[in-house]
Design a protein around this ligand. Structure first.
Ligand code: FMN
Length: 544
């Protein structure tokens, strides 16, 4: 049996071998076999489908409404509101064409647009929808019935439903090899935040059920039913999210073991489609780390979310549904536009859970990710390296590990309550580009970010929380994407970076802090050769 120390060793080893270094990228395929590219759409053949309405464009709430608790009245669960929940979180957001190539984008981003994340809905007692477990089919914006749960009994607490997320690692490893496991986890983080924002648009709450074991999640979502999948294309359980209409019930009363057992013994339907032809490349390191990160059953504990002070958006009327659905990654930035201090301060505030709890209020822990900023073009802020500690003890911890010569100066434009400090004035455009695998997007925008996780302290007793650290980083990324859209500019996640080069800049010498994700924000340069089409024009009978 693998003990906790062995498990931690496996995870640390994976983390090391999946690092990109300037002289050696983490192992990946020698060349891309395009014929093997996995289908980004999972379908359960033979299952009944419920087609969801497309009506998110009718949602009139503003982004300010979204981040202010109690501002949006809780709506009833129905096929209409569930359709909107999914349409504003995990649905298609556009099609792009370039010559004869055509590809879809979604509200949630994904490394390489490969979309390893699959989503399931568990619900009871909703008009027009039988009690059951459903797979969300984003191409059709429909629910595929996977499991019929008993009609005559209450399955979930009143006014609650569950969204389950899983990953198909092969979808990412096909292109990115060994580093793919990290990207799958970051994508889950983006998806969690996307669901949180979308639920807020309905006046609903979200709780990450991180006390659910992977075994319980697998049985509930049916991803343990190996006969329903081609072995190499099975899904790995990731996380359950409880979506509730009210925030006043005791999560501990939700019996996850009972729920998983009921689902497991109920009738299941459909066979997973085959995603790519035979001949896939195995990455045993991914299977090994995935196994080492298996989440056991644990006690539900929750640190109450901060109440927040909610700094207003410069434009109070920005339509939240529109901003969420127009989120895109920039492919290039203009290398000259300056970001206004007002927009920048709002972005900073939205990243500190103590100030703006949305979307971090769905988690159960204090923040474990701190942010280093490479400031290139923010008005009234000298270019340089800055830091935003995201929890109360972060500043002391970071000071203890960063270079002694750093300044720790609070910039004048920064409100007192924002824990934002300058480390050094410098032009760090070259540094940001170099550490981001030489990608120009890291130097041509207003700023770039490196996300540092409290690594050793979190993994020591709970090694499986390696995944949770990436989830938090992905959530931070999603906030930056939304904030960039709100500021009229654009963001891009950067999964390709040289880990230890970043650690070296900061003077980090051990694994107390490790960089898990980079990000960049700026004024995009649009590629006019690309044609954009509406997300659901292929569904003639439903309004897109
Ligand atoms: C975890 C993650 C890592 C990413 N890494 C990079 C990157 O290194 N370079 C890049 O140009 N884009 C990167 N992206 C952006 C994706 O390529 C982009 O999300 C995807 O193509 C889908 O496009 P969309 O975001 O416009 O929907 C990353 C996105 C995510 C979520």
């Amino acid at each position: 049996m693998t003990g906790q120390t062995d498990t931690l060793d496996i995870i640390r080893q994976y983390h090391e071998i999946s690092k990109h270094r300037p002289d050696k990228y983490a192992d990946g395929p020698d060349a891309l076999d395009w014929d093997l590219q996995p289908d980004p759409f999972r379908v359960y053949e033979g299952s009944d489908k419920i087609r969801l309405p497309l009506s998110a464009r009718t949602l009139e709430y503003s982004l300010s409404d979204l981040i202010t608790p109690g501002q949006i009245e809780s709506r009833l669960f129905s096929s209409d509101t569930l359709g909107q929940l999914l349409e504003t979180s995990l649905a298609l957001s556009a099609w792009k064409t370039f010559g004869s190539d055509r590809w879809s984008l979604r509200c949630n981003p994904s490394s390489g647009n490969l979309h390893p994340t699959e989503a399931y809905l568990v619900c009871d007692n909703i008009d027009e929808i039988h009690n059951g477990v459903y797979h969300y089919h984003s191409y059709e914006h429909s629910l595929e019935s996977r499991c019929t749960l008993p009609e005559n009994r209450q399955i979930l607490p009143d006014n609650c439903l569950v969204i389950g997320l899983s990953s198909i690692h092969w979808r990412e490893s096909w292109k990115y090899g060994i580093r793919a496991y990290r990207y799958c986890q970051l994508d889950i983080g983006h998806a969690i935040a996307a669901v949180r924002y979308a639920a807020a648009l309905q006046g609903w709450h979200v709780h990450v059920l991180d006390h659910a074991s992977d075994d319980q999640i697998s049985r509930l979502l049916g991803v343990d039913r190996m006969d329903d999948f081609l072995e190499s294309e099975a899904e790995t359980a990731d996380i359950l999210l409880l979506v509730s209409r009210h925030d006043d019930f005791d999560i501990a009363t939700l019996d996850l073991e009972w729920l998983a057992t009921i689902a497991h013994s109920s009738p299941w339907h459909g066979m997973a489609n085959i995603l790519s032809p035979q001949g896939r490349i195995d990455w045993p390191a991914i299977e090994k780390v995935s196994k080492a990160c298996t989440r056991p059953v644990s006690e539900f504990t929750r640190i109450p979310p901060a109440t927040g002070r909610y700094i207003e958006y410069a434009d109070k009327h920005l339509n939240a549904s529109q901003i969420i659905r127009q989120r895109r990654s920039a492919q290039a930035f203009d290398g000259q536009s300056m970001l206004s201090p007002e927009h920048f301060i709002h972005m900073l505030a939205s990243l500190v859970p103590e100030i703006q709890s949305m979307p971090f209020d769905c988690g159960n822990e204090t923040a474990h990710i701190h942010l280093v900023f490479y400031i290139h073009r923010v008005q009234d802020l000298p270019a340089g390296l800055y830091v935003l500690p995201r929890n109360a003890t972060g500043i002391d911890m970071l000071k203890g590990h960063f270079r002694d010569e750093f300044e720790w100066q609070k910039p004048e434009l920064c409100p007192e309550e924002l824990p934002f400090y300058r480390l050094v004035k410098a032009n760090c455009r070259n540094a940001a580009r170099s550490v981001s695998c030489h990608q120009d997007i890291a130097s041509d925008g207003a700023f770039a970010v490196s996300m540092l996780a409290e690594f050793d302290s979190v993994l020591k007793d709970t090694p499986w929380k390696y995944r949770d650290l990436y989830h938090e980083a992905g959530m931070v990324g999603q906030v930056l994407y939304i904030e960039a859209e709100a500021a009229g500019i654009r963001g891009t996640g950067i999964g390709c970076f040289f880990d230890d080069s970043i650690h070296e800049i900061l003077g980090l010498q051990d694994h107390t802090l490790q960089c898990l994700y980079n990000f960049t924000v700026g004024t995009p340069v649009m590629d006019t050769r690309l044609v954009s089409l509406p997300p659901y024009s292929h569904l003639q009978d439903r309004k897109a």
